[in-house]
Write a protein that binds this ligand. Structure first.
Ligand code: TRP
Ligand code: SF4
Length: 327
């Protein structure tokens, strides 16, 4: 039961960048052809770190959903919703919190790491420690069989499985144990050569203008061992070339490789070509996003419908849960 169902969430942190397009979104788009998918904005999860800064959560959620829809996460195929509109996640979270040993949460490597790294925020809260319990609730409230997540989320998914097992053992078999769906995606580098990330300030966003994209691409790091135009370059050492791999057609790309190695093309011209391909590839998304942004009612309707469907499914599970625990 439930094995053909996929659940995944994303914490709203604002606009999505190229790393998301080639990673999680490409993955989701593919999955919706094959599975019954539930995709949601995990706004309660954002609250665990942004509780003192809540005004950004709502606008981030809206921007993120526009990106999903423009990219092709399709409300005809998938159930798209916002976590905080489905209160069953919170009810299940409460129940699961009763059976989750503290030690499982305290030893969670992601917890320890973030506690140390995000030292500008006070994260010594009940809710932050309980992040994996809420995540488990998100997943098993739909009796999901598969959860597409990145490597960083594997410890959380392991806790989900342990919690499901413990519930089934204590009461009765209600939840399937969800499996991780790990899909390899290309690592997208930002303009400075580090991993593309909002926090590094090196990201290219779907929703920015063509001019901004061009400016960022023109500022991208190239082969640092090619200080002069007359020096031969090496695409394998070049950050800009990593984007050529994703956006420039094969035949043109091999010409670039040859011209770079033979010092026949300069980096400025090379990056102009790159900018053109990136902008051309993004054009249909940008157009669609622009259209959707003009239709807030349509987006509202999609979320209303998605939240209604999700609530319906989650409510069924909660009946099983209440009867299993005899409340
Ligand atoms: N913790 C996930 C992340 O930060 C987001 C998330 C919340 C999630 N609930 C989920 C992912 C349920 C998969 C399933 O990326
Ligand atoms: Fe990179 Fe292109 Fe410059 Fe070669 S010519 S170093 S591939 S930007």
């Amino acid at each position: 039961m439930g094995t053909n169902r996929v659940v995944s969430g994303m914490r709203p942190t604002g606009k999505l960048h190229l790393g998301h397009f080639h990673g999680v979104l490409a993955n989701w788009k593919e999955l919706q052809q094959q599975y019954e998918c539930f995709f949601f904005a995990a706004d309660w999860h954002s609250l665990t770190t942004e509780y003192a800064n809540t005004e950004i959560i709502r606008s981030s959620t809206e921007e993120m959903l526009l990106d999903w829809l423009a990219y092709g996460i399709d409300p005809q195929k998938s159930t798209i919703f916002v976590q905080s509109r489905v209160p069953q996640h919170a009810e299940l979270n409460l129940i699961l919190s009763m059976i989750t040993p503290l030690s499982w949460l305290e030893r969670n490597p992601t917890y320890k790491e973030q506690l140390d790294n995000l030292d500008t925020k006070d994260l010594s809260t009940f809710g932050f420690l309980g992040y994996p319990v809420l995540m488990a609730s998100d997943i098993i409230v739909y009796k999901a069989g598969k959860v597409p997540v990145g490597h960083d989320q594997l410890p959380h998914l392991e806790i989900t499985r342990e919690i499901a097992r413990r519930f089934n053992f204590l009461y009765r078999e209600v939840f399937p144990e969800p499996a991780a769906l790990l899909t390899e995606t290309p690592k997208v580098l930002g303009t400075d050569g580090r991993k593309m990330s909002k926090s590094y300030n090196n990201a290219i966003y779907l929703s920015e203008s063509d001019e901004e994209t061009k400016k960022k691409i023109m500022s991208m790091v190239t082969d640092v061992q090619r200080p002069r135009r007359s020096d031969p370059g090496e695409p394998d050492r070049c950050v800009a070339f990593t984007l050529h791999r994703l956006y420039t057609p094969e035949s043109e790309r091999s010409e670039i490789v040859a011209s770079c190695r033979g010092a026949q093309i300069g980096c400025v011209d090379c990056k102009k070509i790159l900018a053109r391909h990136v902008i051309e590839t993004l054009a249909p998304f940008r157009e669609k996003r622009g259209e959707l942004a003009e239709k807030p009612r349509l987006v509202e309707e999609i979320l209303d419908e998605g939240s209604r469907k999700a609530t319906h499914e989650a409510a069924k599970t909660m009946q099983d849960v209440r009867s299993a625990i005899k409340l």
